[in-house]
Design a protein around this ligand. Sequence first.
Ligand code: PBG
Length: 325
Amino acid sequence: MFFPSLRPRRLRAKSYIRDLVRETRLTAADVILPLFIVSGEGVEEPISSLPGVHHHSVDKALEFIRPLAKLGLRGIILFGLPDQKDHEGSEAWNPEGPVQRACTAFKKEFPHLVIMTDVCLCQYTDHGHCGELCDGEVLNDPSLNRLALTALSHAVAGADVVAPSDMMDGRVGAIREALERANYPDVSILSYAVKYASAFYGPFREAADSAPGKGDRKGYQMDPANRREALREARLDIHEGADMLMVKPALSYLDIIADLRREFDYPLAAYHVSGEYSMVKAAAERGWVDEKQIMLEVLTSIKRAGADFIITYAAGDLCRWLQDD
Ligand code: PBG
């Protein structure tokens, strides 16, 4: 059968018919909002490279989330900015650090909000690398214990999910073992399994003050040119005990999201990263694109590619837009 019997426009002619046959739907339950936590009280400082995103002290972060939790926001992922940095990044596992205090406070006030933490050392080291630095080289194995300590401190503080983003080999296994040994068997690991060495992280590094002093992250994060390697990375992390997988960034890596969706039956996250978000904001500020429409289109495409949930700075906006519609 062909035209005129077949007319795809029939299903597009009315908004309620389009709604009936829509294949992908975005909801507030699909998104996780990143928060940047600092010490102190009463702090709510806008981050210039990420419009609409702030450095929050714990009290202000709770205040910020209250209306969004009412709108059905699924969860948050916490990043910490320590008061001091050192060579080892030892503030990362300080039980009184901003992230640890936030975990406890959030779990208390919002027991049904998913509390995730980013596990990495780059915000905490004075050299800005994600692991132990020696003679200009980021050493893999000595970094594992520190990452495991950090993840464990988040679990102790009340995190539901720990998400290692450092890209050291073996870190998922080290974290799983530490959680088991300390009797936290129910804390999940969301592995940043497929994390590319991407220029899209630019605005985040200003937000988290985590740019490497010297060098770059190409020695540990993945080469953006590689597709098959993503499956190997994901497989390794599953073997080490990851409960969920992540692809990061999202929009330039929709093929990778689709590959992982096809290959694995594990929950899949995508991180719509700082550069992807800020480019839309900047273009919208100039009146070149419609912010709401383009953000909805981008997030829908990430979900359509196969992501089960999306970490995005637009999570709050999304909750509000869906409410207005
Ligand atoms: C820490 C980390 C980074 C991001 C998440 N966790 C920065 C990096 O790897 O350089 C980037 C998030 C974003 O750009 O929004 N390693």
